[in-house]
Design a protein around this ligand. Sequence first.
Ligand SMILES: Cc1cc2nc3c(=O)[nH]c(=O)nc-3n(C[C@H](O)[C@H](O)[C@H](O)COP(=O)(O)OP(=O)(O)OC[C@H]3O[C@@H](n4cnc5c(N)ncnc54)[C@H](O)[C@@H]3O)c2cc1C
Length: 497
Amino acid sequence: MKKVSVIGAGTAGLAAAVRLQTEGYDVHLYEKNSKIGGKMFQINEEGYRFDVGPTIVMTPDIYNEVFEYAGRDPKDYIPMQKLDPMIGVTYRDGKKFNLSNDFVELIKLLEEESEEDTSGFIKYMSNIYERYLVAKNKILNRSYRSLGEFINPKSLLDIYRLKTFDNAYNEMGKFIKNDYLKKMFAFQTLYIGISPHSGPSLYNMIPMLEMFYGIWHIKGGMYSMAKGMADLFEELGGTIHLNAPVEEILIEDKEAKGIRVNGEEILSDYTMVNADFPYTMTNLIPNEKDRGKYTDKKVNNMEYSCSCFILYLGVDKAYPTEAVHTFHIADDFDRNISDIFDAGVLPEDPSIYVFNVSQVDKSLSPEDRDSLYVLVPVPELSLFDEWTEETIQNYREKVLNILTDIEPFQDIKEHIRYESIYTPKMFEENFNAYNGATFGLRPSLFQSAYFRPHNKFDYADNLYFCGSSIHPGAGVPTVLQSAKLSVEELLKDDREK
Ligand SMILES: Cc1cc2nc3c(=O)[nH]c(=O)nc-3n(C[C@H](O)[C@H](O)[C@H](O)COP(=O)(O)OP(=O)(O)OC[C@H]3O[C@@H](n4cnc5c(N)ncnc54)[C@H](O)[C@@H]3O)c2cc1C
């Protein structure tokens, strides 16, 4: 039985481990932390449970596929329900929308705002759907080894059909003029840590995915996905090693031979890395010559996604929010975005995302109480790193003050009974996220597809990568896809041996 070492029990590492174990390899998963899940970890304190990172479940088929691959029924691991409304959006002037997953309701809501923009919305969705099909079938579902695979007459036509050179916001402006609606379909690029003003327009497919495939809730929260994959992996005979920080990937003569963990060398036929790619280059492969173009300088000069400041609040009352996921958009949205991505300062008037999971899942908080997750997109650490205790407390206060202006959270300050805070520094320390960038390398045009780090490493054999900074990119469904592509690359090489 051939042996595979997987580094990191995050979303992608767990999915890769399940697939490899299903294929009959002897898989050992090494996780530096005492818990599995990586950013898909869950805080469980005083009866309040909070997903640390991902909360929004889109494209559920991709989640289900991991379990189906191993011949299991996903419902036994990740029972899901569709949310309606999918998301709420509010503006500081009191305007609000609750987006229904019922098309009839959705159109009614848009028509009340503007018939012309409703027509624009329909054309816009059709336009993105066509480009999404090209992206899904020609780019996201395949991996790259050589430039020739990416740039050839056929693929150039596909790239042209993607029409992704304009930025997300401009592209949408061609179809939708109403400022509220534009903002409502723009903030979703923040889900993968990029600016709607400079991120490729293809990422407008995120709101399209919401509208067409819905937003779902997994019973027990997103962590059920991580736990379900870990349980399945062990049922299949795989081994998880916790508190096992990998210190080095052993490379000899351009071949990965194994890893060093807690001072011990462990040899394996293949190594699959889920730890963040830029961190892995600069920390786990000490000899720059073994990393090809990914020198310290190159890694440092790459572009990174934004980060997040998150309050996890256990409150002693139930707040009846209209939606489970609500985005409270800043008055000056453009300034908010440029603070995060250009100026590198903490937004003075930030947009805020509130996840009130207790609205849909009572198992995640004590009776008649809520577990609230309040997220603010902030710059990654190379742009802003002054996360002192004073900064944290001041920013916490600012966020709570904004919240107290929003229905129904006016009295929230008096009702906080449990509290935990995550800053970009914690994402760096806890999960080795380079620059604390919560979504890894930024998926700018020249860090996407062929130009993103490859699933099979270019500079050493038997070494594969999956996760946010790898092709096809960040977000739970996308990193599940990266795990799939990386395992396919490994299988292809192994079968050719
Ligand atoms: C705040 C936040 C909100 C998000 N919201 C959403 C959302 O709503 N929907 C969505 O789809 N996506 C969302 N995402 C994105 C999604 O969570 C990520 O893209 C995905 O979970 C990342 O998985 P990963 O496997 O790439 O990385 P990680 O989860 O970071 O996994 C990497 C693992 O490697 C381990 N590791 C690192 N170094 C070592 C080492 N030396 N030795 C051993 N182990 C090591 C880490 O501890 C970690 O467990 C969000 C992310 C964040 C942070």
